[in-house]
Structure formats: structure tokens, C-alpha cells
Design a protein around this ligand. Structure first.
Ligand code: KG4
Ligand code: ZN
Length: 347
């Protein structure tokens, strides 16, 4: 019956999409109109519950999603000033992420789509990060070069069309956010690592010699595991000799090495592919050093930068609504057998 109903569904240009995100420790819901207008965006995080474990504990995250999801969705509907009957489709992150965490969002979205008799749109979390830029600038149109830098992914992508991506290169080992989190741990900083490394780096200088990152020889690829190991060895070496480690300098030097290369290769891609717009997304793009230097580099290169605000770079449901709208326009709907997937790429 549900499948029959969806088969006859007419796609609307100004569709109101309710989006749900629960891939990690944020339970989020958002209402997006016409793919670009944020009517509401609500987030509840279990982040503080994970601090004493030094990272996200999947079971704790899943339980927190279970208790938060109804509340977050209700708040998103209320603050958007709509009712359930205004919802034209339900979009949900189905991967990548923690399986148990994803399942909470997927199950909730399925039930809601079924009970409202509206399409269910499966959304890739990574694509969501890329689509956050459409919310920042309503006039943004492909082609553009997108820098994706999150806890699970690092890549430079040519977005040729709304649903046509070419990945120029990515990390060969650790993702940049993962490297931030591991360096945070070795510096004795608590979870979440990235923002804590950034804060400490503000008090330091680029004074610690770290190995050069992959440059030309790596094409558009990156490697973070060597850099991470160099930081670990430097700190342990100093400790063993009983020497004081200037942690702020280590954080600053690591941040420069880890992020300068991302900016450099993003600008290189605009030149090689003749593209005059750059966008960026993913949690690491909330980093102030990256934002400032990417802005300067784009100005210098004469390319336009569409940089979503920090809250749209870290996990949220508005970006899932933006990407959901692209899939909605293509009629890419899921049936009720939709399952959560721990690791997917751009589909
Ligand atoms: O996009 P995101 O919220 O979740 C994933 O999809 O992975 O990204 C989380 C990652 C974490 O590794 C976190 O340490 C990093 O983004 N991150 C940062 C900053 N804020 C979050 N890294 C550096 N500086 C920040 N300010
Ligand atoms: Zn994310």
C-alpha cells in the first residue's frame, strides 16, 4: 500500500523535507523548504557523556538517540511553524556512521514516512556535508571544487552537477579529523579532540619541525598517519628525556602541517579544472585556522569561496535536508526495507 502510494507521488519544487541525522553522537532534525531554506534545525548531543571514555562509545550514543529522537523531531516541526501534514518527504542519513546510532534515525524516519504516506529519502552523510554549502548560498550552482574534511573523510572533489561527483583524491590512511583526535589524545586533551587542539594551538607557534605532507607526488591524495606518528614520537621522545614539551607549539605546528596542504591542493584543483568556485564541508572546516587561510588563499587565487558557518560544517540535519532535496528531485526514494550501512561512499 505504501509502495503504491509513493509510485504515484508528484515531485514538488518547493517541497518541505523533514531531515533526520543520527550517525554519531548528535541527534538532529531539520525542516528544509525547496532544498535551500532552513525553516528549523535542532540538535541534541551526547558528546559530554563520552568525554570520560576519550571518544564516542557506540552503545551510549545509540541509547542517547533513542531518548532524544522524538523530542528533537517535535522541536524541529514546532520551530519551523509547520504541522505533520505539511511534510512532503522524510530524508534520513542511512550511512556512513555507527550502525546502532544510524538505526535509530532510519527506523524513526521509516515509521514517519509510512504513517504520513510520503517518500523516504536515503541520504549519504558525506554527501550531506558537501551539500551544506547550498544552504549557505541559495544561488550556488555546480560546478565547484569541494574540500571535504571530517572525522572519517578527507577529499578534494569536483562537483560537476548536483548528483555528479569526481573525487580527485583522498586520504591514503587516517582522515584529517581522526589525526586531530589522535594528536589531542597524545597531548592530554579531552574529547572532542579537534576543537581542543585548535584552542591550544592559538597559544603556540609553528616551531616544531614535523615531516612534510605528501605534495606533488601524491596528486590530490593525502597521508596523515606519518604526521600523526611524528607528533607521537616527538612527544614521547621529549618525555623520555625528561624534557618539557611545549604542547601549544606542538598543536600549532601540527595544525599548520595538517591543514596547509588541504588549502594548497584545493586551490590547485580550481586551476587544473578551470573551476572558479570553492566550497568546503565536514567537522574540520569548523577550524578557525583553516577557515581564515582558505578564505585568504581563495581571495589571492581570485576564486569565490562559499563557506558554510561552523554549525553547518559539524554534524547537523539541515545538510541532510539539502542533500535529501537533490535526491528527492531525482525521485530517489527508498522502500521500507531501507537499512543502515556502516560504511558507504558517495551513494
Ligand atoms: O563532520 P564531523 O562532525 O563528523 C564526521 O562526519 O566525522 O567531524 C568530526 C571531526 C572530528 O574528528 C573533530 O575532531 C573534527 O571534526 N573537528 C575539528 C574541529 N571541530 C571538529 N577539527 C579541527 N578543528 C576544529 N575546530
Ligand atoms: Zn559528519
Amino acid at each position: 500500500m505504501y509502495a503504491e502510494k509513493i509510485k504515484d507521488y508528484t515531485i514538488k519544487k518547493d517541497a518541505v523535507i523533514l531531515a533526520i541525522e543520527s550517525s554519531c553522537d548528535e541527534t538532529a532534525a531539520s525542516v528544509i523548504k525547496g532544498g535551500r531554506k532552513i525553516l528549523s534545525s535542532e540538535i541534541m548531543s551526547s558528546c559530554l557523556e563520552h568525554v570520560r571514555f576519550g571518544g564516542v562509545v557506540p552503545e551510549i550514543a545509540s541509547r542517547a538517540h533513542t531518548t532524544a529522537i522524538s523530542l528533537v523531531v517535535e522541536k524541529a516541526i514546532k520551530s519551523a511553524n509547520i504541522t505533520l501534514s505539511d511534510i512532503d518527504a522524510v530524508a534520513v542519513t542511512y550511512g556512513s556512521g555507527l550502525l546502532g546510532a544510524l538505526l535509530v534515525g532510519v527506523s524513526y524516519a521509516k515509521t514517519l514516512a509510512y504513517s504520513l504516506g510520503v517518500p523516504l529519502i536515503p541520504v549519504s552523510h558525506i554527501r550531506g556535508h558537501l551539500s551544506a554549502a547550498y544552504l549557505e548560498n541559495e544561488d550556488l550552482k555546480p560546478p565547484f571544487i569541494s574540500l571535504l574534511a571530517s572525522g572519517g573523510h578527507t577529499a578534494i572533489i569536483v562537483v560537476k552537477d548536483y548528483d555528479d561527483y569526481q573525487i580527485l583524491g583522498g586520504t591514503l590512511d587516517d582522515a584529517v579529523g581522526e589525526a586531530f583526535d589522535k594528536v589531542a589524545r597524545v597531548l592530554g586533551l579531552s574529547y572532542p579532540g579537534g576543537p581542543n587542539v585548535e584552542n591550544l594551538a592559538r597559544q603556540g607557534a609553528n616551531a616544531v619541525k614535523l615531516p612534510k605532507m605528501l605534495k606533488g607526488e601524491g596528486g590530490y591524495n593525502f597521508s596523515y598517519s606519518g604526521l600523526k606518528t611524528a607528533v607521537i614520537n616527538y612527544v614521547h621522545g621529549k618525555d623520555q628525556k625528561g624534557e618539557v614539551v611545549n604542547k601549544a607549539d606542538v598543536a600549532h605546528s601540527f595544525q599548520c602541517s595538517a591543514l596547509d596542504i588541504l588549502i594548497e591542493k584545493t586551490i590547485l584543483a580550481t586551476k587544473e579544472y578551470g573551476v572558479s568556485t570553492v566550497t568546503a564541508g565536514g567537522g574540520v572546516v569548523a577550524n578557525g585556522y583553516l577557515r581564515e587561510n582558505l578564505t585568504c588563499a581563495c581571495q589571492k587565487a581570485g576564486v569565490k569561496l562559499v563557506l558554510p558557518p561552523k554549525w553547518l560544517c559539524t554534524d547537523n540535519a539541515a545538510m541532510i535536508g539539502a542533500e535529501g532535496y537533490i535526491q528527492y528531485q531525482k525521485g530517489n526514494f527508498a522502500d521500507l526495507s531501507l537499512n543502515a550501512v556502516a560504511r558507504i561512499n558517495f551513494k
